[in-house]
Design a protein. Structure first.
Length: 312
């Protein structure tokens, strides 16, 4: 019998709430908004508010707030934001020890209740968290992916568009590598509708945009005291739709490398094709020597974090 897709959102905080709002508005499936027992009221309250929102906006999907993993059973997509966000002055890596315990708990439950799902991890530090999710849940690598590159590329897209005085709709930017200070905005693949960016903007201005992109999350944390949530949620929903609708979108995502780009047993941001099979392919693109060196540096930073998590 046909049935609606089921989307489980683990963590009903800022990003979780916005994910639920978008999933409902775009009617990609019924939504389960999960949080810990102490926050069950928050999950239930947001769920009810969003169901009522459907009566105004004209969507009709079921949204359940819960702290019971049984309600997440059989989900098609699981999006994980469980954990704590940064406060001003913190790096993403500062969150490792606290969020590691949380992700292990979530992964154990994914393993028993949602073993057939496509799992998108958002919690930071992203690359180490998605590595742990795959390890503990035992799900195949193609069904465990991290969201960072879509967001970081969107930030760079906006900065380029504003600088050039063109619509962000026409800018294509690509940010690879780990989701931290070492991320790699790959300027050689940035274009305005196919026109290489370097022919449109001077080196100093481009360098400044690269720097602002790498600090793009921190800029928002400093302004509002916590992490961004609108764009992160939209980025993850784009990835979920690519899977659910077999869109074969090529997106920069934290994917499990097994030799690609010279990295083994490592999650890092690389261009991937996302379709009904999950991460169907990691696309190997040619990088110039400087970009490859930056990616290697980023991979080393991610590996250090993964090694640190093995000791915790
Ligand atoms: N990957 C990215 O690009 C990106 C971007 C922004 C934020 N983030 C990260 O996403 C995470 C969530 O951010 P937020 O702003 O939504 O935080 P938030 O504090 O608003 O929400 C997190 C929620 O997770 C819940 N939680 C804690 N332990 C849990 C568990 N075991 N099971 C289920 N839920 C649990 C908390 O109770 C809280 O409601 C943070 O780690 C943040 O750093 C990542």
């Amino acid at each position: 019998m046909p049935r609606r897709n089921k989307i489980a959102l683990i963590g009903a905080g800022n990003i979780g709430g916005e994910l639920a709002a978008l999933a409902a508005r775009e009617q990609i499936g019924d939504v389960v908004l999960f949080d810990i027992p102490e926050k069950e009221g928050l999950a239930k309250g947001k769920a009810l508010d969003l169901e009522q929102n459907g009566s105004v906006l004209g969507y009709d999907v079921k949204i359940t707030g819960t702290s019971n993993w049984d309600d997440c059973a059989g989900s098609d997509v699981v999006i994980v934001t469980a954990g704590v966000p940064r406060k001003p002055g913190m790096s993403r890596d500062d969150l490792l020890s606290i969020n590691l315990k949380i992700i292990r708990n979530v992964a154990e439950n994914v393993k028993t209740k949602c073993k057939d799902a496509f799992v998108i991890v958002i919690s930071n530090p992203l690359d180490a968290m998605v590595f742990e999710m795959k390890k503990v849940s035992g799900l195949p690598a193609k069904r465990v992916v991290g969201m960072a590159g879509v967001l970081d590329s969107a930030r760079m897209t906006l900065f380029l568009a504003r600088e050039l005085g063109v619509s962000s709709k026409d800018v294509r930017a690509m940010v690879l590598g780990g989701h931290g200070d070492t991320m790699v905005p790959v300027t050689s693949y940035c274009t305005v509708n196919g026109v290489p960016i370097k022919t449109l903007i001077g080196k100093d201005k481009l360098d400044a945009i690269v720097t602002r992109t790498a600090g793009g999350g921190g800029e928002i944390v400093k302004l509002m005291g916590t992490s961004a949530y609108y764009a992160p949620a939209s980025a993850a929903i784009a990835m979920a739709k690519a899977y659910l609708y077999d869109e074969k979108r090529m997106l920069p995502c934290a994917a499990y490398c097994e030799g690609e780009y010279g990295y083994k047993d490592l999650y890092i941001g690389v261009p991937c094709v996302i379709g009904g099979g999950g991460v169907e392919k990691i696309v190997s693109i040619e990088l110039n020597a400087e970009e490859k060196a930056q990616l290697d540096k980023s991979a080393a930073a991610v590996r250090e974090l993964v090694e640190a998590s093995k000791k915790l």
